[in-house]
Design a protein around this ligand. Structure first.
Ligand code: ZN
Length: 52
C-alpha cells in the first residue's frame, strides 16, 4: 500500500499530503497550490494562514 504522504520540501518530514489541487504539510502547515489559476479560489482562512 502506497503512503499518501510525501516528504515536505520545507520541514523535511513526511507530512506532505498531496490533494487534487494542492499539497499540504500537516507538520509545518506548508501549503502549495499546483495551478496558479485557482489562486483566486483560495479561502480566506488559507490566506490568513499564509500571512497574506
Ligand atoms: Zn512540512
Amino acid at each position: 500500500m502506497r503512503c499518501p504522504f510525501k516528504q515536505c520540501p520545507r520541514c523535511g518530514d513526511f507530512g506532505m499530503e498531496k490533494l487534487a489541487t494542492h499539497s499540504y504539510c500537516v507538520n509545518c502547515n506548508y501549503y502549495r497550490i499546483y495551478d496558479t489559476e485557482v489562486r483566486w479560489q483560495i479561502p480566506s482562512w488559507v490566506k490568513q494562514a499564509l500571512g497574506q
